[in-house]
Design a protein around this ligand. Structure first.
Ligand code: NAD
Ligand code: TDX
Length: 351
């Protein structure tokens, strides 16, 4: 039986990844190390509570002693690192936790994993992989005419969030070149889909629109992101874990560039169909002050992962966004527990 240590698996993408792994392979065990910050929600994996192939450990990737104990006890075949502070606006309000977790935490996770690998028998150590999940934001911002980001685009991070992710990516790279440590890195575009915390654009707009609240659009609404359904991101990570070349980075994207205004308009039209009593939802659109240092455009050229490993996104944006709106409408208990803060009651010791 293979074992994977996933970090940050109570968050949006990590929880989708764990569910995908366990549904695809019966002979797999997953250990989920998660600090359970505000972004870590145990309800994201409530369906796995009784699955004895799944175990969660509440703790910090920056706690090297804890990470070493988990590695020694479970002897995983791979580590997949999702754990991070992930929201750009929060990084502008307070950069320090981003450096703590994204840079220092990643370093400690790397260091514990490197020491663990050194003690493994050669057959097991040859198969071991450390996959680091990163973002396209490390490449900076594009003009409308620029070609899309690819693996050779120079790093030019513009926010404390992207700077901290860039720092982590460089450390991961250095472990391959310095120690021969078997790393893989993925740099992905904006994700959307079930279980995303409603501080990010798409779930925020869906939930605000349902509640008749304003839909805050930063600046002129013309900023462009390349949207990828979370299940496609997870299948891309799986593909790289299984077949990626050691030390390489792989860009993952959705071939789906949209302005923020297009995203909000699409969500409003879908809600007009599904909740006609509250139409037109687009009357809630409100222009607000722009995000400082707001990157204008991101786009990913994912031809490397397609050509080398045969990966392509399965969802069109139209299918994915309709499925996502339906998911938020159908999962009102999850949404209420997140918006009320109830999902944190156990963590905060409130009965
Ligand atoms: P998220 O904020 O939803 O989840 C992050 C998870 O990490 C949470 O469960 C949190 O409790 C946990 N965590 C935070 N600090 C930790 C620590 N010190 N130790 C252990 N666990 C910790 O984030 P997400 O959107 O699921 O993103 C996951 C990863 O994917 C991140 O590394 C992010 O940079 C990257 N990424 C995200 C996107 C996106 O669009 N969301 C796109 C590309 C890459
Ligand atoms: O209320 C809002 N209004 C608005 O106009 C919010 C929350 C966002 N926006 C804009 C800012 C961005 O141009 O929407 C766009 C998307 O914003 P976010 O959802 O905050 O995502 P972004 O800043 O693009 O970063 C996301 O994608 C890359 C994730 O949060 C990162 O973790 C990932 O690395």
């Amino acid at each position: 039986m293979k074992t994977v240590l996933v970090t940050g698996g109570l968050g949006f993408i990590g929880s989708n990844f764990i569910r995908m792994l366990l549904s695809e392979e019966s002979s797999l065990r997953v250990i989920n190390l998660d600090k359970q910050t505000y972004a870590g929600n145990p309800e994201n994996l409530a369906d796995l509570e009784c699955d004895d192939r799944y175990q969660v450990v509440i703790g910090d990737i920056g706690d090297e002693g804890l990470v070493s104990r988990i590695l020694d006890e479970h002897e995983p075949d791979a580590v997949v690192n999702f754990a991070a502070e992930s929201h750009v606006d929060r990084s502008i309000d307070g950069p320090e936790p981003f450096v703590q977790t994204n840079v220092l935490g990643t370093l400690r996770l790397l260091e514990a994993s490197r020491k663990f690998l050194a003690g493994l028998a050669s057959d097991k150590s040859e198969a071991f992989r450390f996959l680091h999940v990163s973002t396209d934001e490390v490449y900076g911002s594009l003009t409308p005419e620029d070609p899309a980001f690819c693996e050779t685009t120079p790093y030019a991070p513009n926010s404390p969030y992207s700077a901290s992710k860039a720092g982590a990516d460089h450390l991961v790279r250095s472990y391959f070149h310095t120690y021969g440590f078997p790393v893989l890195t993925t740099n992905c575009s904006n994700n959307y889909g079930p279980f995303q915390f409603p501080e990010k654009l798409i779930p925020l707009m869906i939930l605000n629109a349902c509640e008749g609240k304003n839909l805050p659009i930063y600046g002129d609404g013309g900023n462009v992101r390349d949207w990828l359904h979370v299940e496609d991101h997870c299948s891309g990570i799986r593909t790289v874990l299984d077949g990626g070349r050691l030390g390489e980075t792989y860009c993952i994207g959705g071939n789906s560039e949209k302005t923020n205004m297009e995203i909000v308009d699409t969500i409003c039209s879908l809600l007009d169909e599904k909740r006609p009593d509250k139409a037109p939802h687009d009357q809630l659109k409100t222009f607000v002050k722009d995000r400082p240092g707001h990157d204008r455009r991101y786009a990913i050229d994912c031809s490397k992962i397609k050509q080398e490993l045969g990966w392509e996104p399965r969802y069109s944006f139209e299918e994915g966004i309709a499925q996502t709106v339906d998911w938020y409408l159908e999962n009102s208990t999850w949404c209420e527990n997140v918006t009320s803060g109830n999902y944190q009651r156990e963590r905060l010791g409130i009965s």
